[in-house]
Design a protein around this ligand. Sequence first.
Ligand code: DX5
Ligand code: ZN
Length: 216
Amino acid sequence: MIQVAPSILAADFLHLEKDVEIVNEYADIFHLDIMDGVFVPNISFGFPVVEAIAKKARKPMDVHLMIVHPENYVERFAKGGASYISFHYEAARENAEEIIEKIQALGVKAGIVINPDCPVQAIFPLLHKVDYVLIMSVFAGFGGQKFIPESLERARTVREKLDSLGRRDVPIEMDGGIGPANAAEVIRAGVQMLVAGSAVFKSENPQETIKALRNA
Ligand code: DX5
Ligand code: ZN
């Protein structure tokens, strides 16, 4: 099953409730980008926004941590209503396995994220443990960037590895530059969770765009 996860980073923050309702009614997952200005050269939003969305969300919330020391914040995001929390391998390295366990112990699905310049093999030792894998198709930090085509091959490689480990149920999420024009090839590469920010919220008709992504 293909799931569409609109990225709230591209929402209209003056009318956030309107965009929250678009996700509630037409999409599958809230994708929430947390940036700290250290791990990535940008700052997004934090707990007050996530907790406000949680009050209205009828779809699960997926928190994408682009921060250093993710282990210090996973508990607060779990309490804030996250059903999925992912963190960057590059920010965790040898602590990654421990952080995955910490997220799972909170009753939350744990995802590992890699930027386009991180070899996919780096996360192979974690694949027996994660609940999902997020492959960035742009460098984390900003919405509205151009999709990096090599991401497709990376998804295929991770999909094969997961399957070979008997982990067919572990989905791959892809994030960055995804829209109706490239969603079909993203899905063909084995991606099940499609993140889309600009494509959804900057479109004339978000409802139709979400449908187009899901049925690509
Ligand atoms: C980038 C974020 C993405 C971003 C996607 O660092 O992780 O989730 O919001 O935005 P688009 O879909 O506009 O590339
Ligand atoms: Zn994201």
